[in-house]
Each structure stands twice: as structure tokens, then as C-alpha cells.
Write a protein that binds this ligand. Structure first.
Ligand code: AMP
Ligand code: MG
Length: 542
């Protein structure tokens, strides 16, 4: 297996002039059948399939940061060759488009073959820094894995994926990226509320970018069908291509590899916890073996701090994928993945990997929580109690998680804290409260009690105020992609105005900076948005 590592010049190149590679297709067994009809595929990692052209592609969004990372010049017009490629209307020489075969556990149950039903990986490219990336179109038409679905994606879900990939990256959360958003000029029929009223909606295609889109489910499907030679070949390919630092594939390398995936997954979920992100559909087919956040669907950010919250209305009953359950669910998913790797890795080593997951998550989330609070570590007597009490108080009266932590840095810790009464002490947090109830004595007294203990703890730490506040501001974003903000961008774009999306994306590139003039993007969710579709909760319809 040889992969070119040659660097390109940093000078951006037009998409159509890039060189492309296809190591996944070259190195791994593919489906010998090429006809594009829904079917069960056997003993293969992918099926070669071309995108289905759309009526009139139009470039609606371009992520400059991703273009720069890949050394691709921003297309100079909304229509033209680049938009045609990014819509799947034109396949360039060197590209070898395919849909990946994978299975998965959905909502706790083995679901059998899933696969890329509407995502088509076009090619791999080597960025100017030598790193390798897949370009993948989501919504590019049916594949043999589409089952009864149409292979397409609607504008609203595409805008959400496009914006959130980039917002997460700039927050410092491991994630797949998104290069472009293209309108197809076609409509897609969706029953957005699952209430028997399907409606035509504008269609769109996102070009996603990641070193790899391989999921736990790519391995699970091979193990489920006892395709053990292919399972080993896929593991070897992923290790050689994406984990070369672990050494040549061997039983010991496989064990280290699983452990590394456990470590990365723990880090990813700890970061989600830190920024208040809820993925919404943590099925094993939506878990990346690179530890990247993948498949942005009915995700959301906590507004009121509530560990029981999920944005996914499809999961409203069981709340399996609620904010507070994400750490355990990731571990459950890793255990399913481990089950698929049993032919390669001893059970004891897999169990060690899962222990690494637990330890890493504990350590990282404790470190991040300490940073959010501006403390060096959460290692003193009483820290756990304080934290538990604080989270409990936050849930009693609806309090915005993002704003609470951002504003916590403004609570006085000097002499002013000793003389302030309860109301005065909690006043700097006012913008975080969704209701005036926060100032009623029963609540202000318990919150003020937590804050006084917090102030005492900060003094114990003794780090200079400016240092502490800077540290807190690096852990507590001011700007996150609140669902209602995404919906405002979608509504404007659907009406032909890209400016709302562009402004949001620009501000979300520096989520930890104050950015005066954009404070309106860092407010509580307004009341009109509380129950409006798309603004708080969402269905899986996409
Ligand atoms: P998701 O819930 O988006 O992660 O998708 C779960 C599975 O359904 C994956 O195999 C997707 O490829 C497939 N899928 C979702 N929507 C569509 C669609 N419109 N057309 C074809 N396949 C789809
Ligand atoms: Mg998925």
C-alpha cells in the first residue's frame, strides 16, 4: 500500500484542476455489481456509483477556511464547472465515486445494512500540507444503499450541516468539515413533521470533507456477515492510512488502534459536553473511527441547562440520546464496535480499550469543567458537591447554559462579593435566565449560596483575575449555533438572501471572542422561537 505524501504548492487551485486519488477504492474490495438499485451487498466495503445529476446547480455557500485548508480557490461564479462538480453533475478525471457499505445499531437495536444511501464520496485529495481528505457529496442521488428513500437532502438540513460542521471546528471540537453548499434547483418531498403532510421543499447538496468517513458500522456489517478477510483488510487500510503512528498492522497494533479510537471518542464527547452540544442520533453508523463528530441531523445546543434534553423529536419518548446520556451512549457504541473487532482483538484488550474510554472521558471532562469554572483543577474536598449543587440549581429555573458560563466570569470574586446580597450577586448572570423566577428569594438564595462557595474556591486557587477570566473565555464560547439562529439563516436563504448565513458563519469562526456589534447573536433563544419548528426541536426528516 503506498500513499503519496507529496506536498502541493500553497497556491490555491481551481477545483477542476486538482489531482484526485482513490485509495479506498483501489485498496479495498468493492461490490462487483454496478447496477444502481437498492439491494443487499455482500463481501464489499463499497459500491461504485456515480452521482445523479440535478436540474440547475447553484453555489449557495462556500467555507473559505476549508477551501484554504484544501488549497482550492473559491469559485468565481455561482454557476459553472465547480458548482457542477459540487452538485455531482460532472465527475472529473481521477475521481472514482462510491457509496460505502456499513450497518449499524440504531436506537439500541441492530439494523442490518444501512450504507451511504445518499452520500457519495467523489475522491481523495492531498492538501497543500500533505494531509489526505475525502470529498463527499451528501444528497447526490440514490445508491444501492438507499432502500426506499430518494437519495436527496433538503436545503434546511443541508444548511444546518454546512454551518454546524464549521461552527464545531472553530469551537475546537473534532468534526468533519463542509466545503460547499449547492442548491439543486429541484424540489424534494418531505413530511417534515411526520404528520402525513408531505410537501415539496428546495433540495441541496453539501460537500463534506474529512480524512475519512469510515464509521463503526463499516466494521459491524462485515462482522455480522462473517466477512472476516474483508474486516481485516478494512482495519489494515484504516490503520496504514489514518493511524500510521501506531505501526504496521499486527495483533498488538489492532489493540492499540481500538484504544486510540476509544481515547478520541472520549475526547470528542467531552468537548460536546463542554460546549453543550447534543448530537441527537448517536447510532453506531453515525460514529466515526477517527473520533470526529459526523452526520449532522437533528442536533442542537442546550439552551436551558437540562441533562434530559434532546433536540430530536423522533427520540422524545425514550430520550436515549439526551445531553446527559451521551457519555454512556458513546461507550455503549464502542462496545458494539468492540464486538465487531473480536475476530482481530482479544477480549481483554478490548475491555482495556473501553476502560481507556472511561478514564479519558472522566479526566478530560473534569479538566474542561475546571476550565469552564476558571479553576486549575477540580481536585479539592467539596468540589464535587459544589458542582452537583450548581448543576442542580441551574435546572430548577430555566437558565441558559452558554450564557451562564460565559457570564460567570463577570461575577465579582473580590471584596464586592462579600458585601453583595443574593440579588446583587446573581445580577451579572441576568441575561442567562429565561424567567424572572430566578430572582425570587427561594431561587436566588440557593444560587447565591453556590456562587459564594464558588467565590471562596476561586480565592483558594489564587490565580490572577485576568488570567482566570481569559482561561474561562477560552472554554466558554460566547457564540454557538443556536437552532433558532440556524433557522433564521435557512429562512433567509430559502428567500434568496445568503447574508444571514454568511454573517453567522463569520461570527462563528471566532466563537470565544467578544466581537462587539454581534451581541444579538449571543442572546437567549427568544420566546417566539421556543416552539417554532426547527428553532428548538427537530425531527429526523432531512
Ligand atoms: P441518518 O439518519 O441520516 O444517519 O441516515 C441513516 C441511514 O439512512 C443511512 O444509511 C442514510 O444513508 C440513509 N438515508 C437517510 N436519508 C436518506 C435519503 N433521503 N435517501 C437515501 N438514503 C437515506
Ligand atoms: Mg448517518
Amino acid at each position: 500500500m503506498s500513499l503519496s505524501k507529496a506536498r502541493r504548492s500553497a497556491e490555491p487551485v481551481a477545483l477542476c484542476d486538482l489531482g484526485f486519488e482513490a485509495s479506498f477504492v483501489r485498496e479495498l474490495p468493492g461490490d462487483p455489481l454496478l447496477h444502481n438499485v437498492s439491494r443487499a451487498v455482500r463481501d464489499a466495503c463499497y459500491t461504485r456509483v456515480n452521482p445523479t445529476p440535478v436540474a440547475s446547480p447553484r453555489l449557495l455557500g462556500w467555507a473559505d477556511a476549508v477551501g484554504e485548508m484544501l488549497g482550492i480557490a473559491r469559485p468565481d461564479s455561482a454557476t459553472g464547472p465547480a458548482s457542477e462538480v459540487l452538485a455531482g453533475n460532472r465527475v472529473l478525471p481521477g475521481m472514482a465515486p462510491y457509496a460505502a457499505r456499513y450497518g449499524g445499531h440504531q436506537f439500541g437495536v441492530w439494523a442490518g445494512q444501512l450504507g451511504d444511501g445518499r452520500a457519495i464520496t467523489l475522491a481523495e485529495i492531498v492538501a497543500p500540507d500533505g494531509a489526505r481528505y475525502d470529498l463527499q457529496l451528501k444528497g447526490a442521488g440514490r445508491t444501492p444503499y438507499a432502500r426506499t428513500a430518494d437519495g436527496r437532502a433538503v436545503l434546511r438540513s443541508s444548511v444546518r450541516e454546512f454551518m454546524c460542521s464549521e461552527a464545531m471546528y472553530h469551537l475546537g471540537v473534532p468534526t468533519t468539515r463542509a466545503l460547499s453548499l449547492v442548491g439543486t434547483g429541484e424540489t424534494v418531498i418531505r413530511d417534515m413533521f411526520y404528520d402525513g403532510n408531505p410537501e415539496p421543499e428546495p433540495g441541496a447538496i453539501v460537500c463534506r470533507v474529512a480524512p475519512s468517513f469510515v464509521r463503526f458500522g463499516n466494521f459491524e456489517i462485515l462482522a455480522a456477515h462473517d466477512e472476516l478477510d474483508t474486516l481485516k483488510r478494512l482495519a489494515d487500510y484504516v490503520i496504514v492510512t489514518h493511524f500510521p503512528e501506531l505501526g504496521a498492522p499486527s495483533p498488538a497494533t489492532y489493540a492499540r488502534w481500538f484504544e486510540e479510537i476509544c481515547r478520541r471518542t472520549a475526547l470528542m464527547v467531552a468537548e460536546w459536553t463542554r460546549v453543550g452540544f447534543v448530537h441527537g442520533v448517536m447510532n453506531t453508523d453515525n460514529m466515526s473511527v477517527l473520533g470526529l463528530t459526523i452526520d449532522y441531523g437533528p442536533y442542537g445546543w442546550l439552551e436551558g441547562f437540562d441533562p434530559m434534553w434532546t433536540p430530536n423529536t423522533t427520540d422524545a419518548q425514550g430520550r436515549r440520546y439526551r445531553y446527559g446520556a451521551q457519555p454512556q451512549i458513546a461507550q455503549w457504541n464502542l462496545a458494539r464496535f468492540a464486538g465487531a473487532l473480536l475476530p482481530l482483538i482479544e477480549k481483554a484488550a478490548l475491555e482495556e480499550g473501553l476502560a481507556v474510554y472511561r478514564d479519558t472521558f472522566e479526566r478530560e471532562s473534569s479538566r474542561m469543567t475546571a476550565e469552564k469554572l476558571g479553576l486549575a483543577a477540580l481536585d479539592r474536598n467539596g468540589d464535587e458537591q459544589l458542582l452537583g449543587d450548581m448543576f442542580e440549581v441551574l435546572q430548577r429555573v430555566e437558565t441558559d447554559m452558554t450564557l451562564f458560563f460565559r457570564l460567570l466570569a463577570a461575577v465579582p470574586v473580590d471584596g464586592a462579593a462579600d458585601t453583595a446580597d443574593d440579588t446583587a450577586l446573581i445580577e451579572p448572570l441576568r441575561r442567562a435566565f429565561y424567567t424572572e423566577e430566578a430572582f425570587e428569594p427561594a431561587h436566588s438564595a440557593s444560587l447565591a449560596d453556590c456562587l459564594r462557595r464558588y467565590v471562596a474556591r476561586v480565592r483558594q486557587d489564587g490565580s490572577p483575575a485576568s488570567e482566570r477570566i481569559a482561561r474561562m473565555n477560552r472554554a466558554n464560547p460566547k457564540y454557538v449555533l443556536r437552532n433558532y439562529l440556524a433557522q433564521l439563516a435557512i429562512d433567509a436563504l430559502a428567500a434568496g438572501d445568503a447574508s444571514v448565513m454568511e454573517r453567522l458563519m463569520m461570527v462563528l469562526q471566532r466563537p470565544y471572542d467578544e466581537q462587539p456589534g454581534h451581541d444579538d447573536l449571543a442572546e437567549r433563544r427568544p420566546e417566539w422561537a421556543r416552539n417554532r419548528p426547527g428553532c428548538s426541536a427537530l425531527s429526523c426528516s432531512s
